[in-house]
Design a protein around this ligand. Structure first.
Ligand SMILES: NC(=O)c1ccc[n+]([C@@H]2O[C@H](COP(=O)([O-])OP(=O)(O)OC[C@H]3O[C@@H](n4cnc5c(N)ncnc54)[C@H](OP(=O)(O)O)[C@@H]3O)[C@@H](O)[C@H]2O)c1
Length: 240
């Protein structure tokens, strides 16, 4: 059987790295992306011959175009797109610098939409799958994260819309909305706030990147073929 190819953006981050490793260990060729962490990108490539890493800055259309161009020869076929890259820059809205409002929405939402658009012809050819990584913040809202929550709510709406547009090509589109996951991003959450969040989680613990990877894998395999347009929360039973 021909080897499937998955793009995983933000593969140098805690969750993206695990998704890249998990998929590659299951025989899927992974095209991962990094933005600033070139060293981590090289280390990840060295782990498995089926992982190749390219530069991508979602805030720049030039970078998006360059990325799509640079993978086109080596990877003429793309089966799965995992839009995982994302940033946060938290503050109460009244203290939030203007540039942090635009940057977070620009990377997490607008950049993701632009990249997906550029890759659509290839995904249509393979009747592929698109998995977005949103957040519970996009579902519930989250104090101190107006920019981030809006970007992730946008991803949820983008998912539903694209699922409708692409169903006729046999493409499914879903959104995974994690709660707080053991990650570099979680390390930046102040301990007091983390404790408060854990108290609101029914399972009383953070999630793991592996839990996200397993759901991504389920959605790209045949088992996930009748699921589309969904936001699937994976949050240990986080109470709103
Ligand atoms: N961690 C959580 O608890 C949690 C909860 C809910 C949702 N999520 C979502 O899950 C996804 C992954 O989170 P994570 O915790 O793994 O984050 P992370 O460790 O901070 O990694 C973020 C990834 O995004 C890349 N990136 C940053 N800026 C970029 C840009 N301008 N263009 C392209 N890529 C860029 C980073 O690349 P470099 O490192 O190379 O710069 C890195 O690979 C994000 O979308 C996040 O919002 C995370």
């Amino acid at each position: 059987m021909e080897q499937k190819v998955a793009i995983v953006t933000g593969a140098t981050g805690s969750i993206g790295k695990d998704i890249a490793i998990f998929l590659s260990e299951r025989g899927i060729k992974v095209v991962g992306t990094f933005n600033k962490k070139e060293e981590e990108a090289k280390e990840l490539e060295a782990l498995n011959k089926d992982i190749k890493i390219f530069h991508l800055d979602l805030s720049s259309i030039n970078s998006i175009e360059k990325f799509v161009q640079s993978i086109s020869e080596s990877f003429p076929k793309i089966d799965f797109l995992v839009n995982n890259a994302g940033i946060k820059s938290d503050n109460l809205l009244e203290n939030m610098p203007e540039e942090d409002i635009s940057e977070v929405i620009n990377v997490n939402l607008i950049g993701t939409i632009k990249l997906t658009k550029k890759l659509l012809p290839k995904i249509k050819e393979s009747k592929g799958r698109i998995i977005n990584i949103g957040s519970v913040a996009g579902e519930f809202g989250s104090g101190g994260q107006a920019n981030y929550s809006v970007s992730k709510a946008g991803i949820s709406a983008f998912t539903k819309t694209l699922a409708k547009e692409l169903a006729k090509y046999g493409i499914t589109v879903n959104n995974i909305a994690p709660g707080l996951i053991e990650s570099e991003m979680a390390k930046t959450v102040p301990e007091k706030i983390k404790e408060k969040i854990i108290n609101k989680i029914a399972l009383k613990k953070l999630g793991t990147p592996r839990a996200i990877s397993e759901l991504v894998y389920f959605l790209v395999t045949n088992e996930g073929n009748y699921i589309t347009g969904q936001t699937i929360r994976i949050d240990g039973g986080l109470l709103n």
